[in-house]
Design a protein around this ligand. Structure first.
Ligand code: HEM
Length: 184
């Protein structure tokens, strides 16, 4: 079956819209469960392990993609390499994020603390930004394989850089607050 580019774009738009809703619902469910559940100590310990393992998988994969993006922008890698790693890393990124939301629900988040509030906001921003980004990353595989980052229109370059910056800031905010919350 052949699909016109327009039809494909519409389908991708629909998928993104569904992803925004599913992610926001998952995030809200995780917080709601976190406020409700009081798991025993042993389960808390297992959940913390899953939390950190998911963090390694997810943020590790995000870093790989964004590192390749940076290498493309500085002309050490081709746009084709970025497109490939982007597709390859989709599964670990989103699996890890689901793991973070699921395990976070068992860690008894202190929802009265402003730091936790900021952390959960950062988690939502990182996730929604990840979906929004696909509007740009889906295009990578259609670009000529040797297209230089510099050859893109300014607006496109700005979008790529801005979404990578938002992603990194949101992720590290969540990581740092998570760490502070558990050590203080
Ligand atoms: C992008 C998503 C997330 C990241 C990067 C992240 C990161 C972290 C990190 C680095 C820690 C520190 C663990 C330690 O040093 O022992 C932590 C702990 C924690 N996280 Fe998350 N987290 C995320 C999502 C969530 C969510 C959605 C919730 C709750 C609904 C949550 C609740 C907690 C709690 C309560 C702790 C403290 C656990 C304890 O010390 O017993 N996290 N997180």
């Amino acid at each position: 079956m052949t699909m016109t580019l327009k039809a494909k774009q519409r389908r991708r738009q629909r998928r993104r819209a569904i992803a925004y809703v599913v992610i926001t619902a998952g995030w809200a469910a995780s917080i709601w469960l976190g406020a409700t559940l009081t798991p025993p100590g042993w389960l808390h310990a297992i959940a913390l392990f899953i939390h950190l393992a998911s963090l390694v998988v997810s943020l590790g994969a995000v870093l790989a993609v964004e590192w390749y993006g940076l290498l493309w922008a500085t002309e050490w890698r081709s746009v084709r390499d970025v497109a490939r790693i982007d597709i390859t890393m989709k599964l670990p990124i989103w699996t890890g994020l689901v793991g973070l939301l699921a395990s976070g629900a068992l860690l008894q988040p202190d929802l009265a603390s402003p730091a936790t509030f900021v952390k959960l906001g950062a988690v939502l921003i990182a996730s929604l930004n990840g979906v929004a980004l696909t509007r740009w990353t889906d295009r990578l595989s259609r670009f000529p394989r040797k297209l230089r980052f510099r050859a893109l229109p300014r607006k496109a370059r700005t979008w790529y850089v801005a979404s990578a910056v938002v992603s990194q800031v949101a992720w590290w905010t969540a990581v740092i607050i998570g760490m502070l919350n558990s050590t203080t």
